[in-house]
Design a protein around this ligand. Structure first.
Ligand code: HEC
Ligand code: HEC
Length: 86
């Protein structure tokens, strides 16, 4: 008897878990991270392989360079996963 009830409980918890996950995905905010700008500075990166292009970003986007990242910038490993190329 007891084990039977436990099964019911776990099934219920599982369903609640699924519902929560669905709701979370449903309400997730739309993607807002800025894309790679379409300008002369960035044109050559649009068609490059991501890994290749990312080697160059910090020649401009680093402290003391022409366009340093904002202070509250998230962890910046792999620029182009967040800042899409198109
Ligand atoms: C030759 C210098 C240079 C290089 C190299 C460069 N950038 Fe930039 N980037 C700039 C400058 C200057 C700005 C600010 C003005 C602008 O929006 O173009 C900028 C702006 C940006 C922005 C902000 C766009 C916005 O909407 O405000 C993003 C994102 C960005 N760069 C990503 C990258 C990534 C990723 C790379 C590497 C693939 C890269 N940049 C390489 C000079 C550079
Ligand atoms: C984990 C995701 C992520 C990664 C990786 C990342 N960024 Fe960002 N970046 C963001 C977010 C979020 C912002 C906040 C403003 C926005 O929405 O663009 C931002 C802002 C910027 C800005 C300022 C643009 C603006 O709109 O004011 C630049 C420039 C930039 N990132 C360049 C880079 C470069 C260059 C790299 C790699 C060295 C990089 N980012 C890696 C998420 C990321």
């Amino acid at each position: 008897m007891i084990t039977k009830h436990k099964h019911l409980l776990y099934n219920a918890l599982f369903l609640i878990g699924c519902a929560a996950l669905l709701l979370f995905l449903w309400y997730a905010p739309p993607e807002t991270t800025s894309h790679l700008p379409h300008d002369q500075n960035h044109a050559r990166f649009m068609t490059m392989k991501k890994k290749e292009a990312e080697k160059s970003c910090e020649s401009c986007h680093a402290p003391g360079k022409e366009a340093p990242l904002p202070e509250n910038h998230p962890p910046k490993y792999r620029c182009l996963f967040c800042h899409k190329q198109k």
